[in-house]
Design a protein around this ligand. Structure first.
Ligand SMILES: *Cc1c(COP(=O)(O)O)cnc(C)c1O
Length: 494
């Protein structure tokens, strides 16, 4: 059964998976969505005997139907290898009475590695399959973690160039150093004087800039995206939800068929949307708990049915979730409108024009799979401290938002199902905030000294990702205004 991809706004054509991965964003400005979500072809009790790669193949082959088995298995084998510091790839751990799915064992110690380790292979395979003889330019806006994960994934990959824009001053010191020390010859990194939404809007505008596309086409370039608007990011993310379920079966924490809830620290809504797709494909999932920080636009949306980005943008200790325009929500809107591109387009135009939209009562019923919670900075820090004091387990600020939300949900709902907290980054990536949460104040002005201290405290080793940037040279030091992003791209591609 082949799955076709169409745009959430209705005028983006009908594409095969590989074509949609190359394009990234649809020509009408919408996002690609699968025309169906096939049911899993395996029995749930089989899951406990499947390793990560087998699970990934079983899931991804249902949605990337124009890839041959050989192509897809090759992509999976090359992605989920010794780059990860554990053969489990995505270990599920129990600490106290909480379950964490650790998605930070890849090269850049954040969950973006789960999809960005495989996207370059999916994309280069797609280019080969579709006989495209152009260089693919990956344009990426990052709130901190996508940038480095994409740079690492695409570094020196033949036939690709990658350009990353990050909010100058809006990412952690370690995140910034990870990006600006990137050595790949095909990589460019720019700080932008603006926030993540500015970066993302700038990149989207470049994608929709016909004159620029034409000019670069003549020079032999075609744009694609490594952001979670690309279905090549979204599809691999479904796999770890299924894998988590298998791990719970294996350890006897769940019976096959028993419902589980996922608590997802959310920014651009990509990760939690993958969980929603997993549910629609047949994974026994109860609620999807959408955990936000003080930029709680999604919390308000789930409560009221109104999405309103007209509010102050807050810089928090969980910067990868400092987002007011959650791109992937557009896919959910499209689905709860009954896969209606006309209705979706209306709402997105309202968002563009007025910064807000309200969904109908009928659509609101489609949100019943979700439950919104948000954590203030104080609650986030307290969560890190209390969990550490109780269990000795150290979590990063993003995971802490979710861990807090898990407790809130448990108290408010009375739901006795098990909740799996999606752990999206290593505490070392946000060493300063984590240390401060536990000890009250930082031990040094130097983030690397703080990392040493975290290591002593938690009795865990400093990850290679942090070790490697400690004395690395800064290669990328360009900063631009939002209005200069287009020229930055032109200037990078001669
Ligand atoms: C990107 C990111 C998130 C948010 O994920 P979305 O898919 O954008 O919702 C949460 N935590 C960390 C550490 C991240 O890097």
């Amino acid at each position: 059964m082949s799955v076709i991809y169409t745009s959430t706004r209705g005028n983006g054509g009908s594409l095969k998976a590989s074509e949609a991965i190359i394009k990234g964003l649809a020509d009408d400005g919408g996002l690609f969505v699968p025309d169906k979500l096939p049911e899993f072809g395996f029995g749930l009790d089989e899951l406990k005997d499947m390793d990560y790669k087998e699970t990934a193949y079983a899931v991804m082959s249902l949605l990337l139907t124009d890839y041959t088995e050989e192509e897809l298995r090759d992509c999976i084998n090359r992605a989920y290898d010794a780059k990860f510091d554990t053969g489990l790839i995505a270990p599920l751990v129990k600490k106290g009475d909480k379950y964490f799915l650790e998605l930070f064992h890849g090269k850049t110690i954040a969950f973006k590695d789960m999809a960005l380790s495989i996207l370059p292979y999916l994309l280069t395979t797609a280019i080969r399959k579709n006989r495209i003889n152009k260089k693919v330019v990956i344009l990426t806006a990052t709130s901190g973690d996508t940038g480095k994960a994409a740079l690492a994934g695409f570094s020196d990959v033949e036939g690709t160039e990658i350009i990353v824009f990050y909010p100058k001053g809006g990412v952690s010191r370690i995140q910034e150093l990870q990006m600006v020390t990137e050595k790949g010859r095909n990589t460019r990194v720019f700080g932008v004087n603006g926030n993540f939404d500015d970066c993302q809007s700038g990149v989207k505008a470049i994608f929709n800039d016909e004159a620029l596309k034409k000019e670069l086409d003549e020079k032999g370039y075609v744009f694609s995206s490594a952001n979670s608007i690309n279905i090549g990011r979204l599809v691999p993310q479904i796999a770890y939800y299924v894998y988590a379920y298998g791990s719970m079966l294996k350890s006897g924490e769940l019976e096959a068929g028993e419902k589980v809830n996922f608590v997802v620290p959310t920014g651009n809504f990509g990760n939690i949307l993958a969980a929603f797709y997993a549910k629609k494909m047949g994974l026994p999932v109860g609620k999807l708990i959408c955990a936000s920080n003080s930029n709680n636009v999604l919390y308000d949306f789930f409560k009221t049915g109104e999405y309103d980005k007209n509010r102050e943008f807050v810089l928090t200790a969980s910067p990868s979730m400092d987002i007011l325009i959650s791109s992937n929500l557009e896919r959910l809107i499209y689905h709860i409108a009954g896969n209606d591109p006309v209705k979706n387009r209306e709402l997105m135009e309202s968002l563009q024009r007025n910064g807000r939209y309200r969904i109908t009562e009928e659509m609101k019923e489609g949100l019943s799979d979700f439950y919104g919670v948000y954590a203030t900075e104080e609650q986030t820090f307290a969560e890190i401290r209390e969990l550490f004091n109780r269990t000795g387990y150290m979590i990063d600020t993003h995971t802490a938002v979710a861990s807090f939300a898990e407790s809130v949900y448990r108290n408010e709902s009375g739901d006795a199902s098990k909740n799996i907290i999606i752990s999206t980054a290593s505490p070392y990536k946000f060493a300063r905030s984590v240390y401060k949460a536990i000890k009250g104040e930082v031990s040094s002005e130097d983030d690397f000294v703080i990392a040493d201290d975290l290591s002593d405290l938690s009795k865990t080793g400093i990850p290679d990702a942090v070790r490697q940037i400690r004395n690395a040279d800064i290669i990328h030091n360009k900063v631009c205004e939002c209005s200069e992003m287009r020229e930055a791209v032109r200037g990078s591609l001669v």
